[in-house]
Ligand binder design. Structure first.
Ligand SMILES: *Cc1c(COP(=O)(O)O)cnc(C)c1O
Length: 380
């Protein structure tokens, strides 16, 4: 059986974990955390990157940082992971879902403005598959209406929009290092990019359980005290050590993923009457986080998944739109018409794509896929 995902392993993880153990410092903000943050700052050309236990935690920190209050409205796509919404619901926000574009599966920037009310506080673009949302348009809308922009760049580490790193464009950006993403900090992990300089000091306090411990560690204050609300938003040094190994090999990981992605594209493109391959707008540089295709109906998509499974290859669909879920109905509302969110998500399937996918396994996935598609579409 060929898995849909296997967590990336580059080989130097244990060496760094051992080093972290020998440092006799395992709690957050030790040397490996600092090294990862520096690397992330360099990669994304932003001033402050803070490691967090997950992207979920980074999103929760963002919701605290922009002072979400009960009744505030937050705009986002319905086609996303639950954490995008949960982080804001936890602080009392009402979620306003906006339809996606059928080409990129990202929030339709043209439908955002009509969803804005006097209670709207933020827009949360989600860069699906590591392909950027139309950030210039979104930032312009946000500026015009004085709204915060929090990028859910969980899937977009190392991706770019007009030369800028995803996560570095909005006021805040959230990264994931979950084992299903391009790089992992040992299963769970994330980072918050604090691009708005005015938010940095409070971000450090919220992350340290509401205390000014980070100022104390820098020698700025001589004892640390409780200053604000906060929580434990620091990962351990063991997680940072694992992540450091992977970030050092970030290009190697992405090159491998891009190679697999390109091979899928050339295979599926031969069946372009029967399915849609991913669209990457010309001003976007993507990180090959995901390869998906969309068939012409849910029935055909499900048939493809079944046939691939019978041949030993795990292919999977993706998000059930949040507005159709129990919690989504309780905490959110869909603004405007659901033209593409439900229909496009029903047609989508994702192919196995991971760093340690062997050449042999890739060959067999490609051969099986070709045969399945021929059986389905070329009549026997
Ligand atoms: C993976 C993912 C998350 C959650 O990341 P965690 O690190 O698992 O908390 C949030 N949003 C999107 C779009 C994701 O893909």
């Amino acid at each position: 059986m060929i898995n849909f995902n296997i967590p990336p392993l580059v080989g130097s993880e244990l060496k760094y974990i051992k080093e972290a153990m020998e440092n006799k410092k395992l709690c957050g903000d030790g040397p490996f955390t600092k090294k990862c943050q520096k690397l992330l700052q360099d990669i994304s050309r932003t001033r402050t990157a803070l490691l967090t236990p997950s992207c979920t935690a980074a999103l929760e920190m963002a919701a605290i940082l922009i002072d979400i209050q009960k009744g505030d409205e937050v705009i986002m796509p319905s086609y996303t992971f639950v954490s995008t919404a949960n982080a804001f619901v936890l602080r009392g926000a009402k979620i306003v879902f906006v339809d996606i574009r059928s080409d990129t599966m990202n929030i339709d920037e043209k439908k955002i403005e009509e969803a804005i009310t006097s209670r709207t506080k933020a827009i949360v673009p989600v860069h699906y598959a590591g392909v950027a949302c139309e950030m210039d348009a979104i930032m312009n809308i946000a500026t015009k209406h004085s709204l915060w922009v929090i990028e859910d760049a969980a899937q977009g580490v190392m991706s770019k929009y007009k030369g800028k790193a995803l996560g570095s464009i909005g006021h805040l950006g959230c990264y994931s290092f979950h084992e299903t993403k391009n790089y992992t900090s040992g299963g769970e992990g994330g980072a918050l990019l604090v691009n708005d300089a005015d938010l940095v000091k409070r971000a450090e306090i919220i992350r340290e359980k509401g205390t000014d411990r980070s100022l104390f560690l820098k020698g700025v204050v001589d004892k640390y005290t409780w200053r604000d609300i906060g929580s434990s938003f620091l990962p351990s040094e063991l997680q940072a050590a694992y992540l450091f190994a992977q970030l050092e090999c970030a290009d190697e990981i992405n090159n491998k993923r891009k190679d697999v992605w390109d091979k899928y594209l050339s295979l599926f493109s031969q069946f372009s009457d029967q399915l849609n391959t991913p669209i990457v707008p010309s001003d976007c540089e993507h990180n090959a986080h995901m390869f998906f295709v969309k068939f012409n109906s849910k029935m055909i998509r499900d048939d493809f998944i079944d046939r691939m499974g019978l041949n030993g290859v795990t292919c999977v669909f993706h998000y059930i739109p949040l507005h159709s879920s129990e919690a989504g109905m309780n905490f959110g509302v869909f603004a405007g018409e659901d033209v593409f969110t439900t229909s496009e998500s029903n047609k989508l399937v994702r192919m196995p794509l991971y760093f340690n996918l062997s050449e042999e396994d890739l060959e067999s996935v490609l051969n099986i896929t070709k045969k399945v598609l021929e059986d389905m579409f070329c009549g026997r």
